[in-house]
Design a protein around this ligand. Structure first.
Ligand SMILES: NC(=O)c1ccc[n+]([C@@H]2O[C@H](COP(=O)([O-])OP(=O)(O)OC[C@H]3O[C@@H](n4cnc5c(N)ncnc54)[C@H](O)[C@@H]3O)[C@@H](O)[C@H]2O)c1
Ligand SMILES: O=C(O)[C@H]1O[C@H](OP(=O)(O)OP(=O)(O)OC[C@H]2O[C@@H](n3ccc(=O)[nH]c3=O)[C@H](O)[C@@H]2O)[C@H](O)[C@@H](O)[C@H]1O
Length: 393
């Protein structure tokens, strides 16, 4: 793998298929140039460090690499010797300096991260022209349930249009990579049967975010059917941990408790507690790596399907839902500080009352076995948080 990658000729993408409404900017040109320079000076430049180590036959593109889950997955794969290249557009949905810090961590460990958008087909084609990726771990997305009320188009941009652009590049790539991608527990929407199982219906999304993830699952079915792309969809359940997302409740509650700001805790109908199957990042990484290791190659080439290809969907949750009130009291306990809490009826904001994963399929097929309870996981998060923000707290 290493030598074939190193000797692969530089190829600039000939076609320019951009997603409608997507304007490439100077930044994309600069990123292509940086990529090409790194290739031309292969021996000295950063890209060399991304090659698979001896004994690994995997070369993986991780989209959303500067994101929370992407960073952890990239580090795990790189540390065991796989070739890893990241892509991220470093958008400002939350503090970009946190994404920059994750990138620095990745680059220190030899993961080359490209600053680019999923909708930039020219950049993606150039990248696939240079590197024969065996797998794509697609984690880039507009995440967050409630932000869709504010900026619905960002979900269409990344989760619909960006996804199709990536899929189009994957089907044309030679070899066609196997794709592992992040769906979401939110596809279960307003379902009341618990625990949520992969065979349950997923046709009552409560948010635009959920609807775009559900649409993504349907697109994946189509691309698997027409082009023979090998596809594994992972439904993550409220993932938390060090290097996490500032927009999520466990993170913003920690920040606000420490700075004596009031936190708002949503309540369900009849004052019931909302609950989530909070899942620790290391458990999710284990599921992602196992999905990658059990993914079969795509069967297509040159945009043509040669035979049926693998299509799988797994829940990656914890199987132990915990109430949001319990999340708050655990944080109070770990931070040694009482929160200033305001309880309100859950607004019509896309939230669902509870989530609860049945992970028996992931256990049987991936050996997935979550081991971290909320208290232990939050302890590690709080320790990371206090250290990372120590100048400010
Ligand atoms: N964290 C969770 O609890 C959770 C739960 C279910 C599903 N997911 C899904 O898992 C994936 C990773 O989530 P995360 O928590 O790490 O979120 P994140 O926001 O930290 O990471 C996503 C990354 O993708 C990048 N990105 C977004 N749009 C892009 C685009 N058009 N082009 C290039 N990069 C783009 C962002 O800059 C970000 O760094 C997402 O697909 C998310 O929807 C997350
Ligand atoms: O598994 C998923 O598929 C999703 O997981 C995550 O969504 P959620 O489960 O909604 O996590 P998160 O925002 O931390 O809210 C947690 C709880 O706190 C409650 N909550 C929230 C904010 C607040 O101010 N008050 C409050 O009570 C809130 O009502 C909820 O009950 C990801 O963000 C999302 O990208 C998606 O992929």
């Amino acid at each position: 793998m290493s030598s074939s990658v190193a000797s692969s000729s530089l190829k600039t993408a000939s076609s320019l298929h951009l997603a409608p409404g997507f304007e490439p900017d100077r930044k994309a040109d600069q990123e292509i140039e940086r990529l090409c320079i790194s290739m031309e000076q292969w021996e000295e430049r950063a890209l060399k460090s991304c090659l698979p180590a001896q004994g690994s036959d995997k070369f993986i593109l991780i989209t959303g690499a500067a994101g929370f889950i992407g960073t952890h997955v990239a580090l795990a794969l790189k540390r065991r010797g796989d070739g890893v290249v990241g892509l991220d557009n470093f958008n400002d949905y939350y503090d970009p300096s946190l994404k920059a810090a994750r990138r620095a961590l990745l680059e220190k460990e030899g993961v080359f991260v490209i600053d680019g958008d999923l909708n930039d087909a020219r950049l993606l084609e150039t990248l696939f022209g240079i590197i024969p990726f065996t797998h794509v771990m697609h984690l880039a997305a507009q995440a967050g349930v409630r932000y869709a009320l504010e900026n619905p188009h960002s979900y269409v941009h990344s989760n619909i249009s960006g996804l199709i652009t990536l899929l189009q590049v994957c089907v044309k790539a030679n070899p066609q990579p196997a794709l592992i991608w992040a769906s979401s527990s939110s596809v279960y929407g307003l379902n009341t049967k618990v625990p949520f199982s992969e065979s349950d219906r997923t046709d009552s999304p409560a948010s635009l975010y959920a609807a775009t993830k559900k649409a993504g699952e349907e697109f994946m079915h189509t691309y698997n059917h027409i082009y023979g792309l090998s596809i594994t969809g992972l439904r993550f359940f409220t993932v938390y941990g060090p290097w996490g997302r500032p927009d999520m409740a466990y993170f913003s509650f920690t920040r606000d408790i420490l700075s004596n700001k009031q936190i708002t805790v949503f309540k369900g109908p009849d004052n019931t507690d909302l609950a989530r199957d909070f899942t620790y990042i290391d458990d999710v990484v284990q599921g992602c790596v196992a999905s990658l290791d059990t993914a079969q190659p795509s069967t297509g080439s040159g945009g043509k399907k040669r035979g049926p290809a693998q299509l799988r969907t797994f829940n990656l949750g914890n199987t132990t839902p915990v109430t949001v009130s319990c999340l708050v009291s655990t944080l109070e306990n770990l931070l040694g500080k009482e929160a200033n809490k305001k309880y309100i009826q859950m607004p019509q904001n896309g939230d669902v009352p509870f989530t609860h994963a049945d992970v028996s399929l992931a256990k049987a097929e991936l050996g997935y076995s979550p081991t971290t309870d909320l208290h232990s996981g939050l302890k590690r998060f709080v320790s990371w948080y206090l250290n990372y923000y120590k100048k400010e707290t």
